[in-house]
Ligand binder design. Structure first.
Ligand SMILES: O=C1O[C@H](COP(=O)(O)O)[C@@H](O)[C@H](O)[C@H]1O
Length: 240
């Protein structure tokens, strides 16, 4: 694995760096494979990045957008990761509706929704059950409890290794999430982490030894490329 950590002066610089990386990865993927697939994170950190992406002139018909996790709420709910990305970015560009692969949250059982989304992904990547296709870029955030996507500490989702998508839980609230083996199959995983409140969790994620069950972001060890983009407030104590 090619792993890099970059500590940027502030959140603005973090967003600019992430934007430049995504634009370059998109250009390469489109040149080499004819399309670019990117999975989005939710939470607050990536919103300015999505706003910046919404101002770009890109070959949108060759770009496919997925989500690494979703809260199990209707798509117009204020907590929806899909709603955030649509209003900050996707509603502002000419991307074909069929290139937006949101996690549907309308099945009676979240496990059914996870299974359905897994099938949709297999179609998109032309992959078979049991295979882990490679998304070009998976964007991840990290919570101050070291969760990433909706892989929360001490939850069943951390044990799922035979699926692309599973049900995650944050206390009593239900989520859908990519599994860690699917994330680890990506061409490139980019973490965006900002804010001083993330320092203690980051210290454990970067420690030589610590529990993956307590600090789920440690499970993210992609075979190809891993980039940690940190702002100074989060990354001041990380040695690069
Ligand atoms: O709940 C979530 O939180 C994490 C981190 O969010 P942030 O607000 O600290 O940036 C995010 O990566 C995940 O997608 C989201 O559902």
């Amino acid at each position: 694995m090619n792993k890099k950590v970059e500590v940027l002066p502030d959140k603005k610089a973090l967003v600019e760096r992430a934007l430049a990386l995504i634009l370059s990865k998109a250009q390469t993927a489109i040149q080499e494979r004819g399309r670019f697939t990117i999975a989005l994170s939710g939470g607050s950190t990536p919103k300015p990045l999505y706003e910046a992406l919404g101002k770009q002139q890109l070959p949108w018909d060759k770009i496919h957008v997925l989500w690494g996790d979703e809260r199990y709420v209707p798509a117009d709910h204020p907590d929806s990761n899909e709603l955030m990305a649509r209003s900050a970015w996707l509603d502002k560009v000419d991307i074909p509706a069929e290139n937006i692969h949101a996690m549907a949250t309308d099945a009676a059982e979240p496990a059914e929704a996870a299974a359905q989304h897994e099938q949709d992904l297999q179609k998109l990547f032309n992959s078979k059950p049991g295979e882990f296709p490679a998304v070009d870029v998976i964007l991840l955030g990290m919570g101050d409890d070291a969760h990433t996507a909706s892989l929360f500490p001490h939850t069943e989702a951390l044990k799922v290794t035979d699926k692309l998508v599973t049900v995650g839980n944050k206390d009593s609230s239900v989520r859908l999430t990519f599994t860690y083996p699917f994330i680890n199959a990506a061409e490139c995983v980019i973490f965006l982490v900002a804010g001083e409140n993330k320092r203690p969790a980051l210290a454990q994620v970067f420690a030589a030894e610590a529990s993956e069950t307590t600090y789920p972001s440690r499970l993210i060890q992609p075979q190809k490329e891993l980039l940690w983009l940190l702002d100074e407030a989060a990354g001041a104590e990380i040695k690069v």
